[in-house]
Design a protein around this ligand. Structure first.
Ligand SMILES: CC(C)(COP(=O)(O)OP(=O)(O)OC[C@H]1O[C@@H](n2cnc3c(N)ncnc32)[C@H](O)[C@@H]1OP(=O)(O)O)[C@@H](O)C(=O)NCCC(=O)NCCS
Length: 378
């Protein structure tokens, strides 16, 4: 037995492979998808175009984008059996419903056993379109409302809002959610992408890898943080309560959700976009209180930010979803919808030069223990 292995708990700062999908410069607070600065994409692109960029590796020309958008639209309708499954498990958490339905969709996907690049592109497009359909259908079914058919005149983000809330969203809400999806689309070897890659490394398939990703993203240390931030803002209730609440939390070694990151040691560039958007949205909806509470938390966190514990993407996204009228337990599912192109890109990368991901654990238990028959045990 190796008695002195170098153990890197949590795989902190360990590089396990190379990638061309995204690059995070954690010290400078910059993020690139396929070489494009996230600010360039957030200001100029759309979720659909960025999803193409991630999956295919380059920006589409006009015709390619039209075809891609049309493939997404064709995949928006769910098989009846999936609606039936949702009916059966409607009281479960939306992330559990999403995970179960994505897994179940493999049964209806003609490409399920084909791990070629072309097949994974087709499956990635379908899953990107199907995830919002599952979330919207589930939310309506559990609220006793009718499932709404997609509207092919609407973009990916606007169609999600329409099928969820039952009204054609105003243009600004649609654009804002589009940007939110874009900002969540890919992010290096985060826990869920790592999990998706581990699944792919066994030569499993994209549905299994995405199912893994959804299960991992659910946790509050990862995608679940947006829901926790909004819960915290609601518990605070009014901006003047913030100081007592946050001091109490930090004095009890609690964590301020939406702060801190394994890679970023300065502000997450995605949070900067969402901060400005959350402020404008609050003003547009005449509900400025939530932004004020978040801002007052940010003021109190300045000493932490100076130590590298800064705002991450989840700090403002919850307030945005809340102001759009989206139920709080759907926030992680919205993150998931944005992330499917990134998982697809990374799973394809894993398949392209596959190696089984199989690290080791250092055993620190006892050895050679004598077996005692059950009747002789204390
Ligand atoms: C994201 C996160 C899990 C990263 O964790 P990590 O890289 O393993 O860093 P650690 O958990 O080791 O934290 C390092 C130190 O910073 C502190 N810290 C990290 N995040 C903090 C937060 N949000 N609030 C207060 N303190 C925090 C830890 O208490 C720890 O302090 P210590 O060294 O005195 O014990 C962590 O920052 C966190 O729990 N954040 C809140 C949840 C969140 O917003 N998640 C979404 C991420 S996109």
């Amino acid at each position: 037995m190796d008695n002195n292995p170098s153990i890197k708990r949590g795989l902190k700062d360990i590089y396990i492979d190379t990638t061309k999908s995204s690059y995070i410069d954690g010290n400078a607070g910059r993020l690139f998808y396929r070489g494009y600065d996230i600010d360039e994409l957030a200001n100029n692109s759309t979720f659909e175009e960025t999803a193409f960029l991630l999956m295919y590796g380059n920006l589409p020309n006009k015709e390619e984008l039209e075809n891609f958008e049309s493939e997404l639209k064709q995949a928006r309708r769910l098989p009846d059996n999936i609606i039936e499954i949702i009916n059966h498990i409607q009281s479960s958490h939306p992330m559990d419903v999403l995970r179960t339905c994505i897994s179940a969709l493999s049964a209806f996907d003609i490409d399920v056993d084909d791990n070629s690049r072309e097949s994974n592109l087709r499956k990635g497009i379908r899953l990107t379109a199907q995830a919002p359909a599952i979330v919207a259908a589930h939310d309506r079914i559990r609220k006793g409302q009718k499932v709404i058919s997609p509207d092919d005149n609407l973009s990916h983000a606007s169609n999600f809002l329409y099928t969820l809330l039952g009204e054609i969203p105003d243009e600004e809400d649609g654009k804002l959610l589009d940007k939110d999806f874009l900002l969540h689309a890919e992010h290096g070897l985060n826990a869920s992408s790592f999990g998706a890659r581990v699944t792919a490394s066994t030569q499993s398939d994209l549905h299994s890898a995405v199912t893994t990703g959804v299960g991992i993203l659910k946790g509050p240390s990862h995608g679940g943080a947006a829901e926790s931030v909004m819960k915290m803002a609601m518990e605070i209730g009014e901006p003047e309560n913030t100081q007592d609440y946050i001091n109490d939390l930090l004095n009890n070694r609690g964590r301020v959700m939406g702060y801190g990151h394994r890679v970023y040691k300065s502000i997450d560039p995605r949070a900067i976009h969402l901060r400005d958007d959350a402020k404008k949205l609050g003003e547009r909806k005449q509900q400025t209180k939530w932004y004020s509470i978040l801002e007052s938390i940010a003021d109190l966190m300045v000493p932490y930010s100076k130590k590298g514990i800064c705002q991450n993407v989840d700090f403002f996204s919850g307030a945005i979803y809340y102001l759009m009228g989206i139920s709080e337990d759907l926030y992680t599912s919205i993150f998931t919808m944005g992330r499917i192109p990134g998982w697809t890109a990374q799973v394809m990368e894993q398949f392209e030069k596959n190696i089984l991901i199989r690290p080791r654990l250092f055993y620190d238990g006892l050895l050679d223990i004598k077996y005692i028959p059950i009747n002789n045990r204390d």
